[in-house]
Design a protein around this ligand. Structure first.
Ligand SMILES: [Zn+2]
Length: 506
């Protein structure tokens, strides 16, 4: 089970008013809804649905269609976050509240109350849970603790908990307590461990192999190195069960009731290899950092090179980025795989600088006026685009502040509506302007009246002073192809040779 990131919360908003409350002012269902919607927007939660019980008192628990629907959606996993205006909206009965909280806990659903600032995902929210637990003792036993202890006991006895998904290699019938080995999947699991621990396959290569053989995953998506990693570190395969995977302080494993698939020895060897391998996780970098992308071509097979970025750990920092380029046929592992190895970005940069410095046939008489006017117009546009983007960002910050004030009750609804309307109008205006400028910029690029020598001369003089983004713009505008050949020098080092550069002329 992966930890829920705040941003991916699918939120159910629950509102309720009783008949007496409906008569009172300032507590309308619409008022609650507006504030809650704004609050969810501020927190960047997705709103799944709004559940409204109108004209129903907090004591009535049975005849509340909306709350029943809410609970069903929690159980089916459609929502994993519940937001209410006040706790007493949910229920006025402590016993009932505890039952609801128990349900939320069981399905890993967080619970938020706007007025009381309760967020069960935060330490103070969990404190709240404890406090209502203590109160509940007066009514009856402490339900939450019992539930938690019950779950812990269940794990200690070796059962997987209901809300833990069943690992690949196992299956469980709805009412069964112990998971069974899925014979076909178990063979794949054994193969994955063996390929990784003893045959030196990378996680990525294992995933590709399985995809190539069209082996389905449990969820129907294709295999990736992350899926393989999750399998390789999963102690379920040596017969353990895990508890509280999302909370390191409470996490523990216990001997399970189910059959292991992998021996302790294979699992230990696997963990050793994982620890000794520096983690090279592929990652997406902003594209301007790999500005050669799109113009690099393979000198061996003619294919385009594509970017391949990694993060890696060093003693100093956990996150270092390394961007490199790789021939597409090699990356895709097609049948006619190319022999050109991958090459780091900075090696291409050095080779390209050398290449342009060594182009000799430049006529000094070239007409430089054209490029200068085009350039300065472009510079102006770029500058105003940046300014425009900055304005948009400021506007968003101010809008958020107003939304926050409204949620906290510092601004009345009417005033808030007017302010937001104004913000949205300015937003639209700025976005229009930005779009216009961007179109203008791209049009500017289609009609440069520039000749070959100018480009090269300009390149020679200015390349080193350009920012990454400017280099990217330059390459896309003036260069059609940079054809390269990569030579492997040793197992971890390559050199690059630029065979030729084809320029783009208008
Ligand atoms: Zn190639």
């Amino acid at each position: 089970m992966k930890a829920i990131s705040k941003k991916s919360l699918s939120t159910g908003i629950y509102v309720r008013v009783s008949t007496e409350e409906q008569a009172q002012e300032g507590f309308s269902i619409r008022g609650q809804m507006e504030k809650l919607k704004t609050y969810a927007l501020l927190k960047e939660w997705d709103i799944y649905d709004i559940y409204a019980d109108e004209g129903i008192s907090g004591k009535n628990i049975v005849d509340r269609p909306a709350i029943n629907r809410l609970m069903a959606d929690v159980e089916s996993g459609k929502i994993n976050n519940v937001l209410v205006f006040k706790v007493d909206r949910l229920t006025r009965s402590t016993k009932n509240l505890l039952e609801l909280v128990e349900l939320f806990e069981e399905y890993n659903c967080t619970f938020n109350s706007l007025t009381e600032s309760i967020d069960t995902d935060s330490p103070s929210g969990r404190m709240f849970l404890k406090i209502i637990g203590i109160f509940a003792e007066f009514e009856r036993e402490n339900l939450i603790a019992r539930v938690k202890m019950g779950l812990e006991r269940k794990v200690k006895e070796g059962y997987t908990i209901a809300n833990h998904s069943i690992s690949y290699g196992y299956y469980k019938e709805p009412k069964q307590r112990v998971q069974n080995v899925h014979l076909e999947e178990a063979e794949i699991i054994k193969e994955i461990f063996s390929l990784y621990a003893y045959q030196n396959y990378s996680m990525n290569r294992i995933a590709q192999e399985l995809n190539l053989r069209e082996i389905p995953t449990k969820t129907g998506v294709s295999w990736g190195s992350a899926t393989i990693r999750a399998i390789l570190v999963n102690p379920t395969y040596i017969g353990k069960v895990r508890y509280a995977m999302e909370d390191k302080s409470r996490y523990f494993t216990a001997d399970g009731q189910h059959e292991p698939i992998i021996s302790d020895e294979v699992f230990r060897d696997t963990q050793q290899r994982i620890e000794s391998t520096t983690s090279h996780t592929r990652t997406k970098l902003p594209k301007e950092r790999s500005y050669f992308c799109g113009v690099l071509y393979c000198g061996r097979c003619g294919c385009k090179f594509t970017t391949q970025n990694y993060t890696y750990k060093t003693a100093k920092s956990d996150k270092n980025y390394k961007s490199s380029y790789i021939c597409r046929t090699r990356k895709d592992r097609s049948i006619n795989q190319c022999t050109n190895p991958n090459i780091t970005h900075w090696k291409v940069e050095i080779a390209f600088c050398e290449y342009i410095q060594n182009i000799n046939d430049i006529t000094e008489t070239a007409d430089l006026i054209a490029i200068e006017t085009a350039n300065s117009a472009e510079q102006e546009l770029l500058k105003s685009i940046v300014a425009c983007e900055k304005k948009l960002k400021n506007l968003q910050t101010r809008k958020n502040q107003v939304m926050e004030q409204y949620v906290q009750g510092a601004i009345e609804y009417d005033e808030y509506k007017i302010l937001i309307k104004k913000f949205n109008k300015n937003f639209e205006k700025l976005e229009d302007e930005l779009q216009r400028k961007k179109t203008k910029l791209s049009n500017l690029k289609i009609t440069p009246k520039i000749i070959n020598e100018d480009v090269i001369l300009n390149l020679k003089e200015n390349w080193n002073y350009l920012t990454n983004t400017e280099k990217m713009i330059f390459l896309r505008r003036f260069v059609k192809k940079i054809i390269i050949t990569v030579e492997k020098q040793s197992y971890n080092s390559s050199s690059v040779n630029i065979d030729s550069v084809e320029f783009n002329y208008a």
